[in-house]
Design a protein around this ligand. Structure first.
Ligand code: FES
Length: 141
């Protein structure tokens, strides 16, 4: 339970884990937290499709969309990686996501229009995203 509460305090738990940690109380919290981490690590992967390029990559629920793209060898425009500079701003075409921070640097109107900040967003479903100028790393054969 102590480790689970520490992770909660450090913001290391995903939204699902935080909800579960808040719902549960007592000695089993640590073990259920570890159980849910295992479930997420093994099962909660979503596919992000880049609309214009037709490229796809997998995003596990514990990585931001930007982090998952970089891990897949796809560079999306980015700078601060903390939701303030808006360099990564792009359009969500379909799907649902959540933000790691409470106030990402988008206005309500921008959010309503579908603009997102992938550096601080995590996927809740498969996503289709329209990104200007993504770059795919050359893989050595
Ligand atoms: S990289 Fe700065 S807001 Fe996303």
């Amino acid at each position: 339970m102590q480790l689970c509460m520490q992770l909660l305090h450090w913001g290391k738990l995903s939204r699902l884990q935080r909800v579960y940690a808040q719902m549960t109380d007592g000695a089993d919290t640590f073990f259920t937290g570890v159980f849910f981490m295992g479930i997420e690590k093994n099962f909660l992967h979503f596919t992000v499709s880049l609309q214009d390029k037709g490229w796809q990559f997998e995003t596990p629920s514990h990585l931001s969309i930007l982090e998952a793209a970089l891990a897949a060898g796809i560079t999306l425009p980015n700078s601060c990686r903390n939701g303030t500079c808006r360099t990564c701003m792009c359009k969500l075409v379909s799907g649902q996501l959540a933000y790691r921070i409470e106030w990402p640097g988008l206005s309500k109107d921008e959010k309503d229009e579908g603009w997102i900040l992938p550096c601080v967003a995590t996927a809740l479903t498969d996503l289709v995203v329209a990104v200007a100028h993504p770059v795919k790393a050359e893989r050595e054969a």
